[in-house]
Design a protein around this ligand. Structure first.
Ligand code: GTP
Ligand code: MG
Length: 195
């Protein structure tokens, strides 16, 4: 897909701030620092549209990026970041859950995990949570540039097994650094976004 137009429409913390133009939305979830904001930048081919950081906890609001005035990527704060206070974590958790549970426009979720590691308890809970709410999920195993290509298929199989991935869901091995896997992510998006 050619992205001609990208706009950060709003950084929201509550439902009354969500956009009201009724376009489809795709959310990005995953641990802090896994690479959610980097994935957005790679897909839209803008290096710095979504703010990234080598320290976890960069994204703290629900950031709605409107692409080609057709649909939104919603960049979601990461989970599992120990240094955030308990209170702040509970507040984030609530904000994310409210969005994922209640948002009518949400048509699917790209859930990121680090290709190098087994899914954490939080990763497993997130996947189960998304399935409980009946959301289509694409698992993106990212930072693939950090493992040799020869290991990718094995990692994909291990991750699918660990997550007990549904038949209807897919897994893509991806790198924001090289762009490998980006085409497959676009294909999934095209199949799952209905306007
Ligand atoms: P939070 O906003 O804290 O939840 O993090 P995030 O998931 O948005 O992560 P972000 O995109 O900010 O990336 C975190 C760090 O990982 C940055 O230093 C990125 O440069 C790095 N990173 C992200 N994707 C990749 C990748 O595919 N390969 C490599 N080598 N590094 C990556
Ligand atoms: Mg981020």
């Amino acid at each position: 897909m050619q992205i001609q137009d990208v706009e950060l429409v709003i950084s929201a913390v509550a439902p009354q701030q969500y956009p009201n133009d009724n376009l489809p939305e795709i959310a990005l979830t995953g641990r802090s620092n896994v690479g959610k904001s980097s994935l957005i930048n790679r897909l839209i081919q803008r290096k710095k549209m979504a703010r990234t950081s080598s320290t976890p906890g960069k994204t703290q609001t629900l950031n709605f990026y409107r692409l080609n005035r057709q649909f939104y990527f919603v960049d979601v704060p990461g989970y599992g970041y120990a240094k955030v206070s308990k209170k702040a974590r509970a507040k984030f958790g609530e904000m994310i859950e409210t969005y994922l549970e209640e948002r009518q426009q949400l048509q699917g979720v790209i859930s990121l995990i680090d290709v190098r590691h087994q899914p954490t308890e939080d990763d497993l809970s997130m996947y189960r949570f998304l399935k409980y709410y009946g959301l289509p999920v694409l698992i993106v195993a990212t930072k693939a540039d950090k493992v040799s290509k020869g290991k990718w298929q094995q990692r994909a199989a291990q991750l699918k097994k660990a997550l007990q991935l549904n038949q209807t869901d897919d897994l893509v091995i991806f790198s924001s650094m090289t762009g490998s896997g980006a085409d497959q992510i676009w294909q999934w998006l095209q199949a799952h976004i209905t306007t």
